[in-house]
Design a protein around this ligand. Structure first.
Ligand code: F6R
Length: 366
């Protein structure tokens, strides 16, 4: 049941510190400096010899795939493409035995993702699944895989599935980086240490809930909303926009911050809230200049910033802090305030948060 929370979504947002811990338990062995994932270990040669990795998924799981693209390429130097399962399966894709397909799905039942897996298998590719639901169709159809161990996700809007998918993908990237020698020993250890600290930092990020609620109250009547981020946090911007759309029915778009000047900047006026992910590591100065551009057009700025930030605080209408971490792990923290913001807006608007109109928890038809 809801364990005292008003909605499953809120419960699941708050479960994230535990869910992430459950995801890396038994896999991240920091004392021994190893990452143990049998699905990867048993197939390590395939992973190391792969020409490229193709990630297929839908919705929020596709956003987790986009985050993984940055981590895999950055740490393990493996070329990655991320595809909507529905596009991949109908595109006559070039794929063969030297490719690895990673399918990401909370439910393990998404029809398009399942069809993409079958297609890749028919071309001889090795298929790895990342699912939450044990024994699901995708878990059974893949050659190997890793479960997220997030526990049941009941709210239609995906929350803990997203952060635990990113956790699994980070563990995989680190394991492969170590095997390939593309990460230094100290960087590897630093990542393991920081990853272990993430659940506590998520707890800290959750402590801003009341502050986020007051911001939600100010912007709940907006009809449009823009989410911007760069690098690792570009997919988080997409995810933030999706969360707002699906449960509050407010139109929202996520963009890479630098793309703003190629179109969306035309939308900015005093009625446009712009949520900008502007954490300290990774293109910070560039994001700050994007914020200046929004401000000079009178857009309302909500900055997601690193604890103690001063520069964005001066420019923004509101800031929401998250603890400092490695850039590669920052999506696990920056996602949290965006989940809470959409949750509170949807509740204030009287929407059915756990079961938004027209949406199903698992999309078993194409
Ligand atoms: C968003 C959401 C959907 C799912 C998508 C994929 O909050 O819930 O976008 O992420 O339908 O579902 P799975 O991961 O079950 O394949």
């Amino acid at each position: 049941e809801k364990a005292g929370y008003d909605h499953f979504m809120l419960k699941e947002i708050y479960e994230q510190p535990k869910a992430i811990t459950d995801t890396y338990r038994g896999r991240l062995l920091r004392d021994q400096a190893i990452i143990k994932m049998s699905g990867v270990e048993d197939n390590i040669k395939k992973f190391l010899n792969a020409n490229r990795v193709i990630i297929v998924a839908c919705g929020t799981s596709w956003h987790a795939g986009l985050v993984a693209e940055y981590i895999f390429e950055d740490l393990a130097r493996i070329p990655v493409e991320v595809e909507y399962a529905s596009e991949f399966r109908y595109r006559n894709p070039v794929i063969n035995e030297d490719d690895i397909l990673i399918a990401i799905s909370q439910s393990g039942e998404t029809a398009d993702t399942l069809a993409a897996i079958k297609l890749a298998k028919s071309k001889g590719a090795f298929v790895f699944g990342i699912c939450n639901v044990v024994g699901s169709s995708i878990a059974r159809e893949t050659h190997a895989g890793a479960y997220t161990h997030a526990g049941p996700e009941i709210g239609v809007a995906s929350t803990k599935a997203f952060t635990t998918q990113i956790t699994v993908l980070t563990l995989m990237a680190l394991r492969l980086a170590r095997a390939k020698g593309t990460i230094t020993s100290s960087d590897y250890h630093h990542h393991l240490l920081e990853l272990e600290m993430i659940p506590n930092k998520v707890k800290k990020a959750l402590e801003y809930d009341n502050h986020i609620k007051t911001i939600a109250d100010i912007y709940k009547d907006a009809t449009n909303c823009l989410y911007l981020g760069r690098g690792y946090n570009f997919p988080v911007a997409l995810e933030g926009a999706l969360k707002l759309k699906e449960i509050s029915y407010i139109h929202a778009e996520g963009y890479p911050a630098a793309e703003m000047k190629h179109g969306p900047i035309a939308l900015i006026d005093e009625n446009m809230p712009v949520i900008v992910i502007a954490t300290k590591k990774g293109h910070y100065e560039k994001v700050v200049s994007n914020i200046q551009e929004i401000k000079s057009r009178k857009g309302k700025i909500i900055g997601i910033v690193t604890q103690g930030d001063e520069q964005v605080r001066e420019l923004a209408d509101h800031v929401i802090e998250v603890p400092e971490t490695l850039e590669s792990l920052s999506p696990l923290l920056t996602t949290i305030p965006l989940q809470l913001l959409s949750y509170h807006i949807a509740v204030m608007l009287g929407k059915n948060v756990d079961q938004p109109r027209n949406l199903a928890k698992s999309v078993t038809v194409e």
